[in-house]
Design a protein around this ligand. Structure first.
Ligand code: PHE
Length: 449
């Protein structure tokens, strides 16, 4: 049976909300969401994403935080305890292990991409993109990706940044950083949108992001939107469960999670309004894919007045968003090592860092040395990103929904949630029927597509 050690708690509801918002708002919102919108026909994708968030993402996020709050341990310990409490099979703890496997992988590739943003903050600040030609900017990006040493340097720097915060602890590290970085991120994003409003025409972007063309809906778009909901709300890997486990017993979660989800969607929308006006006003393509931020935006920065500092702000925003999310990936792993193996926190952070750093090295080599290596049809980077996000997260989220909906006693769920009668019944309906059904269908369809 797991050892229950005296555990840290969030200092306030605000601290909890900032930490959870920081975990949710990440590369998924600022890097991935805009290029997915770009590739999936604009507003229609955004609407599907909002519907998926309301029907699947939010109920499942509430459920995951609830499980953590009821279990009050690392993910494996929580699943074990709750399985015993509610008379379920002990195999549910497998979900805790699966989540940790996903987190090691996600943290690995995340740190590589976040490393790009650290590099671009520095290069923008040094004026590298100032009056550079399009060819020069694109050549810089291509050469950067082809250099394992450069990628390794920035990946390592980011990993150190993340783990040093986690090593300091929940109150002293995570809470302190989240309380400053998350609001700072909002300010930077708002500044960038206001800058756009003042300098370029927003009309085309507003149409692109807000006026849906229903004739364009297709099945893969629906799947992509729900997948993005799970990833952006960070459900299914146990990160939110562990953040929930640091809540004071009397704190209720329903209202806070609604606010967090609204902030998360707002950031995605604002990121769209920060990026697309620049893309459109410079005649660039919104469907550029994962390269959008690094290969396309610097072209615009090179052409605009003060573009150097706008670039620093942009990539700094990406860095802050990635930082608070990667902290939430490392913490569950560290909590597991500390609570299960009684390791010292700093030492546990070092072990977690070493593991994910190694995964990151495999990821970064796939852009150069192993660029031609394919396993079946997948490139290595794609395997490292897709296995955890498209396979582990949906399985984890499905399990959370089923367990919270069908195993946890309604009275316990209601006490933890603190929602009114109608809202609670709605949550319970969504978590028992809609969320598992939707997640199972995206999962199965994803395997078949
Ligand atoms: N929500 C984060 C993002 O949008 C990613 C994440 C996934 C964070 C899983 C924690 C756990 O980028």
């Amino acid at each position: 049976m797991p050892q229950v050690t005296p555990r840290s708690q969030w200092g306030s509801r605000f601290a909890f909300m900032m930490a959870v918002t920081g975990a949710a708002v990440g590369l998924g919102n600022i890097w991935k969401f805009p290029y997915m919108v770009g590739q999936n026909g604009g507003a229609i994708f955004f609407i599907l994403y909002l519907i998926g968030m309301a029907m699947v993402g939010i109920p499942t996020l509430m459920a995951e935080v609830l499980l953590g709050k009821l279990g009050r341990q690392n993910a494996v310990g929580t699943w074990q305890t709750l399985a015993v409490r509610y008379g379920a099979s002990r195999y549910w703890q497998g979900i805790g292990f699966l989540g940790m496997f996903a987190l090691v992988m996600i943290l690995g590739f995340y740190s590589v991409v976040a490393g790009w943003s650290v590099a671009y903050v520095v290069q923008s600040g040094r004026g590298l993109f100032q009056s550079a030609s399009i060819a020069e900017i694109q050549a810089f990006w291509d050469a950067f990706l082809r250099s394992p040493a450069d990628l390794l340097l920035w990946h390592s720097a980011f990993m150190i940044l993340t783990l040093s915060v986690v090593a300091l602890g929940v109150r002293e590290g995570i809470e302190r950083v989240a309380k400053y970085l998350t609001p700072a991120l909002f300010l930077m994003l708002i500044f960038l949108v206001v800058y756009n409003v003042c300098t370029v025409d927003m009309g085309e972007s507003a149409t692109f992001l807000l006026a849906p063309d229903w004739s364009k809906v297709n099945r893969s778009m629906v799947l992509a939107a729900i997948g993005q909901d799970l990833f952006t709300l960070a459900v299914g890997a146990g990160a939110m469960l562990v953040y929930g486990s640091y809540l004071a017993p009397k704190t209720t979660i329903g209202g806070s999670i609604l606010v967090v989800a609204a902030l998360d969607a707002l950031v995605a929308l604002l990121a769209g309004f920060a990026i697309f006006p620049i893309v459109f006003s410079h005649g660039l393509s919104p469907a550029a894919g994962p390269d959008l931020m690094f290969k396309v935006l610097p072209i615009a920065f090179s052409e605009m007045a003060g573009g150097r500092w706008i670039g620093v702000c942009f990539f700094g925003l990406l860095l802050f968003a990635a930082w608070t999310s990667s902290i939430s990936m490392a913490e569950p792993l560290v909590a597991f090592l500390v609570e299960r193996l009684q390791l010292r926190r700093a030492y546990a952070a070092l072990c977690v860092g070493a593991l994910s750093w190694s995964v990151g090295i495999i990821a970064l080599l796939s852009f150069n040395v192993w660029v031609d290596v394919h396993i079946f049809n997948w490139g290595i980077f794609q395997l490292i990103t897709d296995i955890p996000t498209n396979i582990c997260l949906p399985i984890g989220a499905f399990a959370v929904a089923v367990f919270a909906g069908w195993r946890v006693k309604a009275a316990d769920a209601q006490a933890g949630m603190g929602l009114g009668r109608v809202a609670f019944s709605l949550w319970r309906f969504l978590i028992r029927w809609v969320a598992p059904g939707a997640i199972a269908s995206i999962f199965i369809a994803g395997l078949l597509l």
